[in-house]
Design a protein around this ligand. Sequence first.
Ligand SMILES: Nc1nc2c(ncn2[C@@H]2O[C@H](COP(=O)(O)OP(=O)(O)OP(=O)(O)O)[C@@H](O)[C@H]2O)c(=O)[nH]1
Length: 618
Amino acid sequence: MAPTVPTAGHTDPAIIRNFCIIAHIDHGKSTLADRMLQLTGLVDDRSMRAQYLDRMDIERERGITIKSQAVRMPYEKDGQPYVLNMIDTPGHVDFTYEVSRSLEACEGAVLLVDAAQGIEAQTLANLYLAIDADLHIIPVLNKIDLPSAQPEKYAAEIAGIIGCDPSEVLKVSAKTGEGVRELLDHIVAEIPAPVGDAEAPARALIFDSVYDTYRGVVTYVRVVDGELSHRERILMMSTKATHEVLEVGVISPEPKKVDRLAVGETGYLITGVKEVRQSRVGDTVTSAVRPASEALSGYQHPNPMVYAGLYPIDGDDFPVLREALEKLQLNDAALTYEPETSGALGFGFRIGFLGLLHMEIVRERLEREFNLDLISTAPNVVYRVIMEDGSEHIVTNPSEYPTSGKIAEVHEPVVKATILAPAEYIGTILELCQTRRGIQQGLDYLSEDRVEIRYELPLAEIVFDFFDALKSRTKGYASLDYDEAGEQAADLVKVDILLHGDPVDAFSAIVHKDKAYAYGIAMAGKLKELIPRQQFEVPIQAAIGARVIARETIRAIRKDVLAKCYGGDISRKRKLLEKQKEGKKRMKMVGRVEVPQEAFVAALSTGEGGGKDKGEKK
Ligand SMILES: Nc1nc2c(ncn2[C@@H]2O[C@H](COP(=O)(O)OP(=O)(O)OP(=O)(O)O)[C@@H](O)[C@H]2O)c(=O)[nH]1
């Protein structure tokens, strides 16, 4: 039986425990959450189904998209009731900033690590964020029921990282439930209760916001001071926008309306706001009538770090793509886009992403949810080009690279990357990082056979295929995380690819001087294979400005073939044209050269993908 639950809005902060679970995908976070829901009596055994919280959004039982953002669980220890709030980090894992906001909503974190796998790079990065945010960390090894589990080895590894004794690392099986009650007891005993000023003007931190088709934006908040009530007018401190609270509630485990949220509590607000960018993660909510004078620690505007052009393979899909982007933006405050045209690819959009994962997620959602086939141009980072006359250009697209005037310096963003891998792969990883212009920052053994390798790398060198290369060199065992680390001046040039003298915009790239030649040769070589012969000879050139650095030639079709086409009787010619029509639709003209759409797609696919394409043709 569940103990009597103190009502939300009327709970003594001293009995509240706010915590999150930091874990790598598949290490068992959802399964552990299920066991907690069961053990706290929130979901009875009969209604229990696997990944209870994950599935709720599909069911939309009450027309509101609930994810496991903030679940309120009653718990009893030694006859004393407690309220446990389990707070989830936002789904998009590469947004360090958003993760750090959600960590700020908690006083403690459960570090959950698969006892058969050990800690992964992203988990480690999030752990460091949690330590920076002064959270109390409870280290836990999961899946101890697995025969392949090595709890002693990984307990020592974790203990080494967080500086505790290996015996302090809890061991659980989320599957069987073993050790989960002990974990809940540790949460109650060790994680500090929230502190806040109940009399002060309201201040609540937005730690996630989710767009719901029926209700508009559902905003998840953690109240720090004061309280937020139903029907009250609230103020978003970064945008100065005011809204009426139409509904305030807690998730327990279904959404439940309450009259207010008080100090230390977490829950959701619905205000009728239609886009998540009006209710942004990191912002502070206060009362419009009695506003707080100071927002909670610095709100940060998300800035795109990576740009790529996205084009529908079928030009007729352009309006669908525009609509899809509009819809995605409702739910993704960080997504920016503007229309662009490419001579080679037609109409599309230049899209700004926060990072690699963001890019992958957006593209996958566009293709899957909106049934679009897309080509993306090679992603590029944001360059700052400083001219000799002192003027500055921010370049997010190679086509904006200044062509007139003298360039004094080009700056590129750099990142600090952390790679965790089995020690046997050290050599190949170091080699990969060196070829990507990396500067080694450190190498530590986590245990006798696992290492943490730290590198400073230009972001441009990892946006394309670095992760794929890392995975294939380490048979999938390495994990990678990176974080912005400012910018550096670099010797960069713009390489253009010309077909019969005309530049193909989609293939222009800004690359390091030492790699320009290799890029030029590779692209020219690929295109030679991919573009069919024309009625005339077509030179393919790679050039830096007016200087050609690589050249290939597509030879002309033999004359007699042409003669047949053009000299024959009219009906035959028509039949021939008819047959070609299907293919023609997919041809793009670059100057006088006809290029099949597939050639662009194949040429733009990444190193590994490109290789695969070739392999499949055999
Ligand atoms: N043997 C065993 N399997 C477990 C345990 N905990 C989780 N699993 C399994 O591990 C897989 C991943 O578990 P999830 O709970 O979905 O992991 P997650 O971290 O929430 O993964 P995502 O939802 O993908 O982020 C599932 O197949 C679970 O059944 C455990 O204690 N023992």
